[in-house]
Design a protein around this ligand. Structure first.
Ligand code: FES
Length: 438
């Protein structure tokens, strides 16, 4: 009688993270990650730690889970719960190149699905599977947040834009032959493990491994169209801060309870109309050499928002954050208004808009919405908010000029307030503007 031998599983290879040298390196890097968080909050380091583990093992291995748990004082179940929640943490070994093809709506209808199918057939693998040589893992991805470049695919999270089935196949064939094709934008291609180390927060020092750049034309297309057609959001101020939540008062005893103070009516205007406090100086808006301490509401500061500011010329201002809409590093400072005298709030008088009229005197002009600036008029006045914007204002491009002024003095004489005036002044103006409309 022959005995049936129990089937034995092939032994798992030893994970790099379990070898002494790699473990020592991981431990040192883990401590560097933990040091980025406040004392006692080590568990917050779990997400970069999981990338760190992937940089050694190529996936979140059982050894990696145990390492994270031990290092951060968590249970393995807690680590596993996080690792299985996010798709960027892999539970099976990933190849040298993780090829992700977006098959979501935009990319799908433009050819992303066809590209994915072509690659799956060529590689002989399906979603989340790796070629037998360990070179390429294929996955279909949900929206990769690059719909403006659809259809897109990524290799180790670097973008290859506007692909089709043929170009996707060509790209994968180059990977198979040992090449590392340059991504359409961003840094050069790394291996999955190298990318994981960057995602853990460790700068890759090699040439071209890190990159940045301005937004591309497809991303800016909507912005350009809005500019051409004069579409903007009335009174929108992108610098409007999020209102802080007032601290909760300690519960008072019934006897000591203060009389109820009626709550003021809520402002129904969009948040962009809310007054913003004066911004602190930052590298992008810090007073420049011309914004001396002598500035005042109608003096030096006024010149700072004049039309000559090259930082906000159409050539650069249109590109928003990509090129720095304020860009005051090369132009005169624009925030000196905030240190000047507060214009008198009661000076504001609301005048009902009348097309073609000049309700604020000879230095003002009203033109049809989107018609552009009349010759010699550069200051935009917004009657909803009672604010005026010079070309240095970050909201200048977006602000609809309900009335144009030929100078800041004229705008202020008409009762308008600088976009960057102190918050209480702007709030008073806005109230006055609302009152005037009643
Ligand atoms: S649908 Fe593909 S990037 Fe958004």
């Amino acid at each position: 009688m022959t005995s049936v031998q129990p089937e034995t599983k092939p032994a798992r290879p030893v994970m790099p993270s379990a070898t002494p040298d790699v473990r020592a390196d991981l431990t040192a890097k883990a401590q560097a990650i933990i040091a980025r968080y406040p004392a006692g909050k080590a568990r917050s380091a779990l997400l970069p730690m999981l990338h760190l583990v992937q940089s050694a093992d190529g996936y979140v291995s059982p050894e990696g889970v145990a390492f994270c748990a031990e290092t951060l004082g968590l249970t393995k179940a807690e680590v596993g719960g996080v690792a299985t929640f996010y798709t960027m943490y892999k539970r099976r070994p990933v190849g040298e190149y993780l090829v992700s093809v977006c098959t979501n709506t935009m990319c799908g209808v433009l050819g992303g699905q066809k590209a994915y199918d072509t690659l799956a057939e060529h590689l002989g693998v399906g979603h989340d599977q790796t070629t037998p040589d360990g070179k390429i893992t294929l996955e279909h991805a949900e929206c990769l947040a690059a719909c403006d470049y659809a259809p897109v695919m990524t290799v180790n999270y670097e973008f290859y834009d506007q692909i089709d089935a043929d170009s996707a196949l060509g790209l994968v064939k180059r990977l198979e032959s040992g090449e590392r094709p340059q991504p359409t934008r961003g840094a050069r291609l790394c291996s999955f493990k190298e990318t994981s180390l960057q995602l853990a927060g460790f700068l890759d020092e090699r040439d071209g491994a890190n990159a940045d750049g301005p937004a591309g034309e497809p991303t800016l297309a909507g912005n350009r169209l809005a500019e051409r057609t004069g579409v903007s959001v009335p009174g929108f101020d992108p610098n409007t801060p999020i209102k802080p939540v007032p601290p909760k008062a300690a519960p008072a005893s019934p006897a000591a309870k203060a009389p109820t103070v009626p709550t003021p009516a809520k402002d129904s205007k969009p948040a962009g109309d809310d007054p913003a406090p004066a911004r602190a100086a930052t590298p992008s808006n810090a007073p420049g050499p011309t914004a001396g301490a002598t500035s005042n509401a109608g003096g030096t500061a006024n010149g700072a928002v004049g039309p000559a500011n090259p930082a906000t010329s159409p050539a650069t201002g249109a590109t928003g954050s990509a090129t720095g809409a304020t860009g005051s590093a090369s132009g005169p400072a624009e925030t000196s208004q905030t240190s000047g005298e507060k214009p008198a709030a009661e000076a504001f008088t609301y005048r009902a808009p009348v097309e073609g009229s000049e309700p604020y005197g000879a230095g003002s002009k009203r033109v049809a919405s989107g018609a552009g600036a009349p010759e010699g008029f550069t200051i935009k006045g917004n009657e909803d908010s009672g604010l005026y914007h010079g070309p240095a204002s970050p909201s200048y491009k977006r602000t609809v000029a309900e009335v144009w002024f030929d100078s800041i003095e004229t705008a202020e004489a008409a009762g308008f307030v600088a976009w960057n005036a102190p918050a209480d002044v702007r709030a008073a103006r806005k109230r006055a503007a609302k009152e005037g409309k009643k």
